[in-house]
Ligand binder design. Structure first.
Ligand code: ZN
Length: 338
């Protein structure tokens, strides 16, 4: 009961990449960089095991960015002539690459899944960006239709996800923060994109939908959303009917009304009990309290204590303390709510 896990990313050690930024520069290149990525993956697998997490991740140590880490391995993209584009419904302005031809995977995008699998006996989760979020993070000069382009990406994600499953990964999660920015489209075609991405998979599948990392643009956006954040309400009913097994959502310190979790009947719910937008470390009691609140709306056998979002831009020492708080809080909850 209350198996603990994280949304996905973890801070990169200072010798691998710049710290405390979302899109860090690598410290090395070529074979040295590849070796450093593997070492950082080992380090975080061990740290998660030491913290007592039940479902661990590679911490996304091998990618610079949760979307572009995948796109690096896709053919049909011009990365040399980036264009400025408003993303997440114009919440940020970003310089993005452009799709200029038919999309195709250039071999394996994430061989690190197999490396992580070889180095932990715990259940292993691996994350990929979702089709809608990719389509919202790249300019289109080829497909002429955002949905069509998203579905093309979904097919590539499916190809990679099948390979990751064959590597022995237990959970494959698709990150779809764009669902919260395009709540109507999420139901209209976002879920269809996910279905294409998980086609034929037998492992556990998950989708993570959040209000973003703790960076200024997101904090400002959250301030503009009013007293209650009801974005989830618009597409959770459709998600409840979907073939995705788990939904990872933001809860602690957010203004998401917890009763919206009721809309996910039949799904495993990965409840965010750790705030990634604050350096204040939760107490185990606070974590147990958030689990208790979620239990009013999620059956205990379906509740997985998790982080609100990735921890990539966080200070490493703080991330470690937050992982410890997560597992200590889940331990209290197991006693309290058995
Ligand atoms: Zn997130």
């Amino acid at each position: 009961m209350f198996e603990t896990t994280i949304a996905g990313s973890l801070p990169k050690p200072f010798w691998l990449a710049e710290t405390n930024v979302l899109w860090p520069k690598w410290r090395a290149s070529g074979a040295e960089l590849e070796a450093a990525k593997r070492d950082a993956t080992l380090l975080w697998l061990k740290a998660q095991e030491d913290a007592g997490l039940d479902i661990v991740s590679d911490g996304e140590q091998s990618r610079q960015h949760f979307v572009h880490g995948f796109l690096e391995f896709v053919e049909g993209i011009d990365r040399d002539h980036k264009v400025r584009m408003g993303i997440r419904n114009n919440r940020y302005d970003a310089m993005v690459p452009k799709v200029v031809g038919k999309l195709r995977l250039m071999g394996r995008a994430h061989p690190e899944a197999k490396y992580a699998r070889a180095h932990t006996k715990k259940k292993l989760k691996f994350t990929l960006p979702g089709p809608m979020t990719i389509a919202d993070t790249i300019a289109d000069e080829f497909y002429g239709d955002r949905v069509k382009m998203a579905m093309a990406f979904a097919d590539l994600l499916n190809q990679e996800a099948r390979a990751i499953e064959a590597d022995g990964v237990d959970v494959i999660q698709f990150d779809e923060p764009a669902f919260n920015a395009f709540t109507k489209e999420a139901g209209a075609w976002g879920i269809e994109g996910l279905h294409r991405a998980i086609d034929g998979l037998k492992c556990t599948t998950a989708v993570h939908i959040c209000y973003g990392y703790g960076i200024k643009q997101n904090i400002d956006w959250k301030k503009s959303l009013g007293g209650e954040w009801r974005q989830y309400e618009e597409f959770f009913p459709a998600l409840a009917k979907s073939k995705i097994k788990q939904v990872s959502l933001e809860c602690h310190h957010s203004r998401v009304p917890p009763d919206l979790m009721k809309l996910l009947a039949g799904k495993d719910v990965l409840v965010g009990v750790i705030d990634v937008a604050s350096d204040q470390v939760e107490t185990p009691e606070e974590v147990a309290g958030t689990i208790g609140k979620a239990l009013e709306f999620v059956p205990k056998e379906r509740l997985y204590p998790c982080t609100n979002c990735g921890m990539a831009p966080m200070e490493r020492g703080i991330a470690l303390k937050k992982l410890a708080a997560l597992t200590a809080g889940a331990a209290i909850a197991r006693q309290r709510y058995k």
